[in-house]
Design a binder for this molecule. Structure first.
Ligand code: SF4
Length: 102
């Protein structure tokens, strides 16, 4: 009885640490513009730096935080994107898969 309680406490502490570490890692993992998938989509962390000659569909005002695929809140500095699982994109970023949020 005493032994199983001790094991429970150890496992609980280990689980809490794992959750805390996962949260930290996810919060820090930003998509790099040089990431092959990001580069293929013309992703820029600053939408104003989009190559407008190459991506003529880009229009001023389009950015990740008003894209339908953005998972963060509008106005947030960074958030998830369904195209980049496990990483975050900049709220002011843009890529050629941009789709205006309804
Ligand atoms: S799909 Fe939308 S949210 Fe994702 S990187 Fe492209 S513009 Fe940003």
């Amino acid at each position: 009885m005493k032994n199983s309680r001790r094991q429970f406490m150890i496992l609980s502490a280990a689980g809490a640490c794992t959750l805390a570490l996962n949260g930290t890692v996810q919060a820090q993992a930003m998509v790099a513009e040089t990431d092959p998938q990001a580069a293929a989509l013309g992703y820029k962390a600053d939408a104003s730096k989009v190559d407008k000659a190459k991506f003529a569909k880009y229009a001023a005002g389009q950015q990740c935080d008003n894209c339908a695929l953005y998972q963060g809140k509008a106005g947030s500095p960074a958030g998830g994107c369904s195209l980049f699982a496990g990483k975050q994109v900049a709220g002011k970023g843009w890529c050629s898969a941009y789709a205006k949020k309804a």
